[in-house]
Design a protein around this ligand. Sequence first.
Ligand SMILES: Cc1cc2nc3c(=O)[nH]c(=O)nc-3n(C[C@H](O)[C@H](O)[C@H](O)COP(=O)(O)OP(=O)(O)OC[C@H]3O[C@@H](n4cnc5c(N)ncnc54)[C@H](O)[C@@H]3O)c2cc1C
Length: 594
Amino acid sequence: MPVYQVPVRDMQFLMHDVLKLQNHSSLPGFGDATPDVIDAILNEAARFHEEVIAPLNRVGDLEGCTRHEDGSVTTPTGFKEAYQQFCENGLGALAHDPDYGGQGLPAILALAIGEMTSSANQSFGMYPGLSAGAWRAIHAAASEEQKQIYLPKMSDGSWTGTMNLTEPQCGTDLGLIRSKAVPQADGSYKISGQKIWISSGEHDLAENIIHLVLARIEGAPEGIKGISLFIVPKFLVNEDGSLGARNGVSCGGLEEKMGIHGNATCVLNYDEATGFLVGEENKGMRAMFIMMNEARLGVGMQGYAAAEAAYQNALAFAKDRLQSRAISGAKFPDLPADPIIVHPDVRRMLMDSKAFIEGARALTYWASLQEDLSHKAPDEETRQKADDYMGLLTPVIKAYQTDKGSKACNDAMQVLGGSGFCEEWGLSQYVRDVRISMIYEGTNGIQALDLVGRKLMRNGGRAVQSWFAELDQWIKDHEGVDGLGDYAKGLAGVKAKLMEATQWLGANAMANPDNAGAVSHDYLHLFGLTAHAWMWGMMAKEALAHKGDGDPFYDAKLKTGRYFLDRILPEADSHLAKVKAGSEAMMALEADAF
Ligand SMILES: Cc1cc2nc3c(=O)[nH]c(=O)nc-3n(C[C@H](O)[C@H](O)[C@H](O)COP(=O)(O)OP(=O)(O)OC[C@H]3O[C@@H](n4cnc5c(N)ncnc54)[C@H](O)[C@@H]3O)c2cc1C
């Protein structure tokens, strides 16, 4: 049985020491999140995830979901009871607005719970995960009346939510959406069409499912400018809030997938289903982007969360498995061979993963704090800066951290050798489950294009310039500090390369747009490395401050930080070289000649 222990200590370190949430206590909801309250929530949630959610991971993989003849879907054994407990523990609405049934706590707490759920059982986590995204889109874009009808029930978990973008002919290019909406005399719409690959689209966990659906109102403009967003509940809701008639949406099939078997990935058929417009006609993408941005942060979290679980299992195996002697001489001469953790190549894989996971957790938590600042900070300047940072770094977090998270799961499998390839050990499931994170919520290739094509130049490059200035300030403040000079130097080096790559893009992308497309993946990875280097600087600073405590946690943090500087940061050179190579060699071969 695979193991998973919630890394509560690392979460506390980030919240209390690195991000210092207590310094933000004047923000709404932050005053209630005292260190004691945070610790109590983390510890209680950790126990629940280790004891209840994690043991269902393999059950979900083996059983999958079942669709019945009437179109209903049952989730794997134990999911329903676990979901009920999850809701009773209030874990789905920690950061939701208290006006609509939430607890109003900092978003970072909800993120930490999401991480636990995702590490313990990615398929299970996608039910409350999608719901939280739908909740936010309704909260941000729907009318007050709609919010009152749907949000409290979604907060307490008795209703869940989904997002319905994809259709058979339309994945990345949402301008191709065909689902149509016909206005009715009472102000509602009749929605018809087929959506595919809808996560958590039909299931037995909740009384009702609130589908957010993109469709085209009859006569709307072609392409992306003619798309509107609708709420389509599985059961219509009566005026008194009780459930009414079954709506015209049904599950036409479940996908057979490589992983996340415990999550119901549905074909949803809309047959003149009653839908309610959210926001303005033809402005559906704006509202959906709210959901997608925060969902993308959640997917970036899935990348390192899966890596954490896989890494923990690889580590346990590496300490236990005896093979060969250390090349520098036997380390455990009384045993028939040394445990494989003595071998540098095994350590390479473990340390690569450890350094990635800890940097990724820090960056994602930092971004989550920006999310709160962007909504809750009292002054416009802070709100705008935080919003800029979120926009800039969301594609980086999504793509960099799922690319690397997937690699870390593969490395964890490699640490187990043949056992990693055999299902019994559970590593195969992590590799299979995490793989989707590179694809959904916009493929990683599209995230890279979003970064170079939209986010960099938005508002005249305001976000990236402000972020670069922030890094410069950190370098200036810490280059002379004992123990932090190497971090400042490392950050300065990678940031200089990122700036060079940015200038190269500025000079070469307009004249030949293929240059932007060809280098975007490496540019995004260079961006991710730079952001992680900054995080490692911040973490090292706090670890150094505690160096005298004799606590092995801080010693390990500094040794992992050193590994990041020496063994991961040099990847920046390769990314810069590939950026500067441009598109010529990539586009030279004619399609017919492949
Ligand atoms: C398990 C699962 C769950 C999902 N859950 C949901 C859900 O809940 N709701 C929902 O609406 N959708 C969902 N999806 C759909 C998912 O978001 C899409 O699969 C994804 O957006 C990519 O679309 P596509 O598969 O059609 O690929 P395509 O758009 O056909 O792309 C194929 C390849 O071409 C690349 N490509 C396409 N256009 C460009 C371009 N302009 N430049 C460069 N490269 C390009 C892509 O990066 C990709 O590598 C899910 C999919 C799966 C498999």
